[in-house]
Design a protein around this ligand. Structure first.
Ligand code: DX5
Ligand code: ZN
Length: 218
């Protein structure tokens, strides 16, 4: 399916060589670059913040898709917007005021994404559909790359696709995407696939895996 976008996650890239890693995945035809921001509080891992996003932004020719796994979110929205994020995604579980957060993301000039942990039902998005450009379905528990795809999320993708109707909202899948699981989520209605370990295979600049070729076969 040609309408599927691929967003490699640089969480699995070589952190000392982001520029070269981004160049490699864009040369393979990726659509977006997915940036996983973790705070050691909302999720049990720490990655990087707005300064790193700003540093890698000039290396990205496509779209910088920033996935915030942090709580609270609101104090940092302007910093990530100023770092050059095109899309900022926040978790519905990150605080009591996701409606305000989504308003603030659009107010900062970015596209707004809403991420759902595996236990969070599709229905939580019902009153937010006019405020989002993207819904991110976590198909692993957020925090680490290389985890196993959670199959029960396929029904959630179907539910979301039905709820969205003809609204211009992307359904992004994040976690455990491989050549085996990608067709399942695409068939259920996903149109953006994040892939970390499936793309970078240990983070070698010299050996970028030819994942793009697998993905275009979907
Ligand atoms: C998980 C991150 C994902 C992660 C996916 O918390 O949000 O973006 O990098 O990695 P893989 O594709 O290895 O499951
Ligand atoms: Zn992510």
């Amino acid at each position: 399916n040609r309408n599927i976008k691929i967003a490699p996650s640089i969480l699995s890239a070589d952190f000392a060589n982001f520029g070269a890693e981004i160049q490699a995945i864009e040369a393979q035809g990726c659509d977006w670059v997915h940036v996983d921001v973790m705070d050691g509080h909302f999720v049990p891992n720490i990655t990087f913040g707005p300064a790193t996003c700003a540093a890698i932004r000039p290396h990205i020719k496509t779209v910088m898709d920033v996935h915030l796994m942090i709580a609270p979110v609101d104090p940092y929205i302007d910093a990530f917007a100023q770092s050059g994020a095109d899309i900022i995604t926040a978790h519905v579980e990150a605080g009591p005021h996701i409606h305000r957060t989504l308003q603030a993301i659009r107010g900062a000039g970015c596209k707004a994404g809403l991420a759902l942990n595996p236990a969070t039902p599709a229905e939580t998005t019902k009153h937010l559909l006019d405020m989002v450009d993207l819904i991110c379905v976590m198909t692993v528990n957020p925090g680490f790359g290389g985890q196993k795809f959670i199959r029960s999320q396929i029904d959630k993708i179907r539910d979301l696709r039905a709820m969205i109707g003809d609204r211009p909202i992307h359904i992004e899948i994040d976690g455990g995407v491989t050549p085996e699981t990608a067709p399942l989520v695409a068939e259920a209605g996903a149109d953006v696939l994040v892939a970390g370990s499936g793309v970078f295979k240990g983070g070698s600049v010299d050996d970028p895996a030819p994942y793009g070729a697998n993905i275009t076969a979907i």
